[in-house]
Write a protein that binds this ligand. Structure first.
Ligand SMILES: [Zn+2]
Length: 131
């Protein structure tokens, strides 16, 4: 397998489908797929780059696979299982065990941007359960 490289600037932002919005996703959040089996043949890891615009939020949700966040820009509040909260800012890392409820609200005056990493071949296989 070859080493894969692509610039963030060359990847298109994507938004939720109508079906995904109907299931509870916020239509204003966006993401870029960076690493995925379908993109570059990677196995056991899938990486995306998310954006929560000013004043918006990633709704509370769960999924079976564990997830890691790395915040690259902005400030926000992470809401966790049991309604605990944690302030987030650039450089912060979050580990979310499988099936733990979580969501992020952008509390800053710039877009909130973050990497999200799953130990799974393809992000499309992650089933989001919004609450
Ligand atoms: Zn998640």
């Amino acid at each position: 397998m070859e080493i894969f490289y692509r610039s963030l600037a060359d990847i298109k932002w994507e938004k939720s489908t109508k079906a995904r919005v109907a299931s509870g996703a916020n239509p204003k959040t966006e993401w870029k797929h960076l690493i995925d089996n379908k993109i570059c043949g990677s196995e056991g890891v899938s990486v995306g780059y998310g954006k929560i615009p000013i004043g918006e939020y990633l709704p509370l949700h769960t999924h079976t696979p564990q997830e890691i966040y790395f915040v690259t820009k902005g400030t926000g509040i992470l809401t966790m299982d049991g309604d605990k909260t944690q302030n987030l800012g650039s450089g912060d890392t979050v580990y979310i065990p499988g099936k733990k409820r979580h969501g992020i609200t952008n509390t800053g005056n710039v877009d909130f941007e973050y990497l999200f990493i799953f130990m799974i071949n393809n992000w499309s296989d992650v089933k989001y359960d919004f609450q």
